[in-house]
Design a protein around this ligand. Structure first.
Ligand code: ZN
Length: 182
């Protein structure tokens, strides 16, 4: 496994539409392992291949099983060619950050429930029904595959705020910055 470099906003590769994966060989497994390692090191709760300058439709997501209980461990998802096949009409606006836009968060409206269909690293079909926070992370990552960033999804520019990483932050902003960097 190897850490990959996360590219940041301004790099045109973040704006490309990623290619569908057709080869499910060992190279794909290596890519996914590297993405998991890079996401954990960042640290973040999700990563899409375009964020490490690989134009392929691959995402990884890892969220706490129980946000109140750190001991409960995490849920890890790897999804190749993910597609949202169902989406709740109910939308909630919450803060999001992005590993490719360090130092900023924005309040982004997202569907509260989605069903995602895709494949695992061996090409086997996968289907995930995700609610709330997990649904938000999936939507954020799948957007990356189409060159869409959270700053494109905010309803107005004043919903984007600067946060200083590593410094003390007040209440909600600190939680948001720490909680959702994807
Ligand atoms: Zn992101």
């Amino acid at each position: 496994m190897a850490l990959r470099q996360i590219i940041t906003i301004g790099d045109p590769r973040l704006r490309e539409k990623a290619r569908k994966v057709v080869n499910f060989g060992p190279e794909l497994g290596q890519l996914i392992d590297d993405m998991i390692e890079t996401m954990r090191a960042a640290p973040g709760v999700g990563l899409a291949a375009p964020q490490i300058a690989v134009s392929e439709r691959v995402i990884v997501v890892e969220v706490p099983k129980d946000e109140e209980d750190a001991e409960a461990g995490t849920l890890l998802f790897e999804m190749v060619n993910p597609e949202i096949v169902k989406m709740n009409r109910e939308v909630v606006e919450e803060d999001e950050g992005c590993l490719s836009i360090p130092g900023y968060v924005g309040a982004v409206p997202r569907a509260t429930m989605i069903v995602v269909r895709g494949q695992d690293r061996f090409g086997r079909p996968q289907r995930v029904r995700a609610y709330d926070y997990l649904a938000r992370v999936f939507q954020h990552e799948i957007d990356h595959l189409d060159g869409i960033l959270f700053i494109d999804r905010v309803t107005s520019p004043d919903k984007i705020r600067e946060v200083k990483r590593g410094e003390e932050l007040e209440g909600e902003t600190a939680e948001a910055a720490a909680a959702l960097s994807a």
